[in-house]
Design a protein around this ligand. Structure first.
Ligand SMILES: [Zn+2]
Length: 173
């Protein structure tokens, strides 16, 4: 796995992405409810980013052994994508949807963070690895990528590319 520090750092980015998307869906109605939905999505994203690892630990027992093999069902891409689609569908229709949507964004972010290292991630069936580096290495690249994605989404949704245009303008100088 990517280090837990990396999962936490990317989790915050995932939460921000989820919050931006939830408020952008504009189906919650009312700015106050939008804000609450956004905060729930943010918290969900942070919990979801570490979930694939803690979901496989039998934390209710004393020995805290894994109850399933590491990086199997809890790291299953289709499962997380299904949750993402389902929770998105229920945005504005069910009060738990924003948190679930955030949770799914966080989970997918976790999978992306685990993907490059040799053990890989079972996106569909069988593990696939980008085989770029071993665990804990190059966390900075993962974290930077997650934050770049978060900034892009936030700029798009909340600022309508105002900052992106500014950046492009600056690069042209
Ligand atoms: Zn993991």
């Amino acid at each position: 796995m990517a280090s837990s520090k990396a999962h936490h750092a990317t989790g915050l980015a995932a939460g921000i992405i989820a919050a931006a998307l939830v408020t952008a869906s504009a189906r919650t109605g009312g700015a106050g409810i939008d804000l609450i939905a956004g905060v729930l999505a943010l918290i969900g994203g942070m919990a979801g980013a570490t979930a694939p690892d803690w979901l496989e630990v039998a934390w209710w027992t004393r020995r805290r052994k894994l109850w399933i093999t590491h990086r199997t069902l809890t790291h299953w891409g289709i499962g997380w994508i299904a949750l993402l689609a389902l929770s998105y569908h229920f945005l504005g229709r069910h009060p738990a949807a924003p948190a679930a949507f955030g949770f799914a964004c966080g989970g997918l972010m976790h999978l992306f963070a685990d993907w490059p290292n040799p053990l890989g991630v079972p996106w569909i069936a069988g593990r696939h690895s980008l085989n770029l580096w071993t665990s804990g290495h190059c966390d900075l690249i993962i974290v930077a990528g997650a934050w770049a994605a978060a900034l892009f989404v936030v700029d798009d949704v909340w600022f309508h590319h105002a900052y992106g245009r500014m950046l492009l303008g600056a690069l042209r100088l």
